[in-house]
Design a protein around this ligand. Structure first.
Ligand code: SAH
Ligand code: SF4
Length: 399
């Protein structure tokens, strides 16, 4: 299957839309009418629904653009309706996921509706505890394919008189390896004339693509940056986040520190707690050493169960003791309850299910390799495996 060559309309820059309208010989206000139709309450999914436009202009829109790029979507509910997981099939058959999570109002905080979105189909980084990592890399998403996940959720919320309050790029893919499209999507989501969500309500999570972090630092604050650390010792992080072999812990933390200094915004570190692997006293001490004195926050996340790993979440008392070590050292730390396990909300799980079960010997070899690699890492031996294909040369380094 080949990708539909027509760009998604929601990814078209307003200047380009204005130029297109002019080229159709139409007055400038038509561009405003089209934009209103795309963005209001999540927007329309077909040109036929833009009643303000003359029919020939609707036909011209259809000829040149797709009104929705995630139209083939399957929905699964979990957590008693508090989690809605969408599996989107793209025009070339690639599968991606987004997850909408509803949080009720509590003392001191208003009701929240947070959407977790994907930036790539699959991921080249290959973290072994992540379902997307096991799938491997499919392709980069187009700007509209990123934005349309948001419009899809916004429409469902609008039907209940609700609005999206937060967006996190914590779905499938490594956003900083598709940075141009992610930045264009964030601009659209942020722009008051388009989706209009404040930059503080948008979080992009990276596994530590250092040149991408530096590029963001140069641009100034666009959104909140979260860094997936998962280990502060290189030997272990080489196994858990394979791009560590290219950008090791000290470089990632230094880039994050510089980003915090330049933007005045606190860095958030994600740390998935894996029982007996990265939750030892030595790991807590190493994390304290790495982050001491930084303007940082650590989120400890019990590992979501994922097929084909030999690992499980750390027990809660271990997570609490780990958190206490960090807090005693003055590092602000929270333990995050994971959501949506029953619908496979660690993104990539539904798509992995669709990809089919690998042969049992392949699964057994993968488990064995991970047991040996993490045991070697705990002894402090650095892995001699190569940097994952797809990371070499894909540095995101620009200007
Ligand atoms: N590629 C980016 C963003 C997507 S992953 C990144 O890695 O940061 C979003 C977050 O989910 C990351 O912190 C990732 O490590 C975490 N994650 C992946 N699989 C998980 C699992 N099985 N349990 C808990 N967290 C997981
Ligand atoms: Fe990719 Fe993030 Fe999954 Fe690692 S955790 S494989 S970087 S999506």
């Amino acid at each position: 299957m080949t990708i539909d060559p027509r760009p998604g309309l929601s990814g078209v820059h307003p200047d380009d839309l204005a130029a297109w309208v002019a080229a159709q010989g139409q007055p400038a206000f038509r561009a405003r009418q089209i934009a209103d139709a795309i963005w209001k309450d999540g927007g329309v999914t077909s040109s036929a629904a833009i009643l303000t436009l003359p029919t020939p202009l609707r036909d011209a829109l259809d000829a040149d653009f797709r009104l929705d790029t995630v139209d083939d979507t399957e929905l699964r509910l979990g957590d008693g309706g508090a989690t809605e997981k969408s599996l989107h099939r793209l025009s070339d058959g690639q599968l991606i996921e987004s997850v909408l999570m509803h949080y009720p109002a509590r003392a001191g905080s208003r009701e929240r509706h947070t959407l977790c979105i994907s930036s790539q189909a699959g991921c080249a980084v290959g973290c072994p505890f992540c379902a997307t990592g096991e799938l491997g890399f499919g392709r980069d998403l187009e700007t509209a394919e990123i934005v349309d996940q948001v419009r899809h959720a916004a429409r469902r919320l609008a039907a209940n008189g609700q609005r999206l309050t937060n967006i996190v790029f914590m779905g499938m893919g490594e956003p900083l390896l598709n940075l141009d499209r992610v930045l264009a999507a964030v601009e659209a989501l942020n722009d008051p004339a388009r989706f209009g969500l404040g930059a503080r309500h948008i979080t992009v999570s990276t596994s530590g693509v250092v040149p991408g972090i530096r590029r963001l630092t140069a641009l100034g604050p666009q959104f909140t940056l979260a860094v997936s650390l998962h280990a502060a010792r290189d030997a272990l992080r080489d196994v858990l986040v394979p791009l560590n072999r290219r950008w090791p812990v000290a470089e990632v933390v230094a880039a994050a520190r510089e980003h915090a200094r330049a933007t005045g915004r606190r860095i958030s570190y994600e740390y998935t707690m894996i029982g007996g692997v990265n939750d030892t006293d030595a790991d807590a001490d190493a994390l304290v050493e790495s982050l001491r004195g930084d303007h940082a926050h650590v989120n400890l996340i019990p590992m979501n169960p994922v097929a084909h790993t030999p690992w499980q979440a750390s027990p809660m008392p271990v997570i609490e003791a780990f958190a206490a070590t960090l807090r005693d050292a003055g590092i602000s730390t929270t333990i995050r309850r994971n959501r949506g396990q029953e619908v496979g909300a660690a993104c990539g799980q539904l798509a992995a299910e669709r990809a089919g079960e690998p042969a049992p010997p392949v699964v057994a070899r993968r488990r064995e390799r991970l047991v040996m690699a993490s045991a070697a890492a705990l002894r402090g031996d650095r892995s001699d495996e190569p940097v994952p294909a797809g990371i070499v040369g894909a540095s995101g380094e620009q200007g």
